[in-house]
Design a protein around this ligand. Structure first.
Ligand code: NAD
Length: 497
């Protein structure tokens, strides 16, 4: 795959993917149909990818099933070595990966896409070192019995991923599943398949045919048959809670184990002693404003102590409005674009609703400009509303755009109650110099991941995943690999015979 200057070839697309990866071959959809991928910064087409359907899913699952017996018997450390080689190759092509991500997702190259490309290589490197950890236990059942467990792979894993950090989220499934001896059919998101196809191309240099298969297609048309395929032995899904429920129903039909990494509406609780610049920077990071807040872990509910409410919002406005919104591929840009028209319209609708609400105050931001360079793409403006209430739509629903709702609190128990008053439970952030208050609150919050005084992203090795409707299972770590991508077998031997 290559990126060329789009303007030099007006009729051609900027990126030319080779097709989908099935059984080590680059193929078109059996129907011959395509999906056109758009550059969200220009609202213009950049590539065509195959539009896979049920027949392509069948072919990919068959190719994976054929590759499974041999791959599952490769010694784990050798499988790990393949992943380490992939990590090196990804690092060597990190800039190409980053530019592809920026082009198709609208995530800014400097602040986001390069980090995602580096993280992708790190993920392969981390899991590449874990082959020897696929160990079992011996169970002391007596002198004349040998009882031990084996960690065995499940078989063909069906993986479905979203568009918001597509390459990194793809790597988070591929690397642990393959290290553990599974094979995979992955469906990339229809809005951002190009970076995933490029990663697959790099992976394929180091893997036997069929171990990794990557399809491009729409949710119901391609993801549906994959989730329901009788030869799939494990489903691993990252995306919205709504679609997660559909995937879980498909898994329930066949009693297939399922891991779900779903949506969030994560709280940030700021104590009165944290009315300082470092905490403001942390809130901007936690809200993922430089990823247009298109992040499952965005700290999109800001609970500010009443003593610092206005002063903190003043500082937040100054720092956030200094960020530069613009072309994702421009080195000067901090904030890029929303992924597509549907999401852009949805974000604008939420902003419009906030503007019309009489008891909510617009602190800064608002609707995107209708003229000028930013109107050429799906550029949304970081927007903050202040409200007394925690129960309106903007404070409860996952907007997946740069709309932050600030809510006052005066009593710690009240702040924790409001923070927990959500069906989501993915991430949370607490900001204070008081370590007792910070940890007390961290322990009381119903979320899979609480950060105190920092708003960073996930790091390989941490067990990451959601409470409540934010998900089931963990995949990010050694424990995640063992829990999500292996099954335990007990072998009990009578030594007295
Ligand atoms: P989505 O649920 O709409 O789509 C995710 C994937 O599912 C896509 O590949 C899509 O094609 C596929 N899909 C859609 N309908 C399907 C169906 N009926 N059957 C099978 N597959 C189907 O989500 P999205 O808009 O791509 O991504 C945003 C969502 O992902 C947000 O809710 C975000 O919070 C969540 N997310 C969660 C995590 C996490 O780690 N918890 C990480 C990133 C994104």
């Amino acid at each position: 795959m290559s990126i060329t200057a789009a303007e030099s070839k007006p009729q051609a697309h900027a990126v030319s993917p080779k097709g989908m990866l099935i059984g080590g071959q680059w193929v078109e959809a059996k129907s011959g149909n395509h999906i056109t991928v758009e550059n969200p910064a220009k609202r213009s087409p950049i590539a065509d990818v195959p539009r896979a359907g049920a027949a392509d899913v069948d072919a990919a699952v068959e190719a994976a099933a054929k590759a499974f017996p041999a791959w599952s018997k490769v010694p784990p450390r050798e499988r790990g070595r393949a992943l380490l080689r992939i990590a090196d190759a990804l690092e060597g092509r990190a800039e190409e990966v980053a530019r592809t991500i920026a082009l198709e997702t609208g995530n800014a190259l400097r602040t986001q896409a390069r980090g995602e490309a580096r993280m992708t290589a790190d993920i392969f490197r981390y899991f590449g070192g874990l082959g020897s950890e696929l160990k079992g236990e011996t169970i002391p059942l007596g002198e004349h019995v040998l009882s031990y467990t084996r960690r065995e792979p499940l078989g063909v894993v069906g993986a479905i991923i979203p568009w918001n950090a597509p390459v990194m989220l793809g790597a988070l499934k591929i690397a642990p599943a393959l290290c553990a001896g599974n094979v995979m059919v992955m469906k990339a998101a229809e809005d951002a398949p190009l970076g995933v196809l490029l990663m697959a191309e790099i992976c394929q240099e180091f893997l036997p045919p069929g171990v990794l298969n990557v399809l491009t297609g729409y949710g119901e048309e391609c993801g549906g048959p994959l989730a329901n395929h009788p030869k799939i032995r494990k489903l691993s899904f990252t995306g919205s809670t709504e679609v997660g429920k559909i995937v879980m129903r498909a898994a329930a039909e066949r009693i297939v184990p399922v891991s779900l990494e779903l949506g969030g509406k994560s709280p940030s609780i700021v104590y009165p002693d944290a009315d300082e610049d470092w905490a403001v920077d942390g809130i901007i990071a936690a809200m993922r404003f430089t990823r247009q807040s298109q992040s499952c872990t965005a700290g999109s509910r800001l609970f500010l102590h009443e003593d610092i409410f206005d002063s903190f919002l003043g500082k937040l406005e100054k720092k956030t409005t200094a960020l530069k919104i613009g072309d994702p591929l421009d080195e000067a840009t901090d904030i890029g674009t929303i992924i597509n028209n549907k999401q852009f319209t949805k974000v604008c609708r939420y902003v419009d609703e906030g503007l019309k609400r009489s008891d909510a105050k617009l602190v800064f931001g608002g609707l995107p400009p209708k003229t000028g360079p930013l109107s050429e793409g799906y550029y949304a403006i970081p927007t903050v509303f202040a409200d007394r209430s925690n129960d309106w739509r903007l404070a409860r629903e996952e907007i997946f755009g740069p709309v932050l709702v600030a809510i006052r609190w005066s009593d710690e128990a009240e702040a924790i109650r409001m923070a927990n008053d959500s069906h989501y439970g993915l991430a949370a952030y607490v900001w204070t110099h008081d370590i007792g208050a910070g940890l007390r609150t961290a322990h009381a919050i119903e979320s899979g991941w609480v950060q105190v005084n920092q708003g960073g992203g996930q790091v390989p090795g941490m067990s990451y995943g959601g409470y409540k409707q934010s998900g089931i299972g963990r995949e990010f770590s050694l424990e995640g690999m063992l829990d999500s991508f292996t099954q335990r077998k007990s072998v009990t031997v009578n030594l007295a015979v």
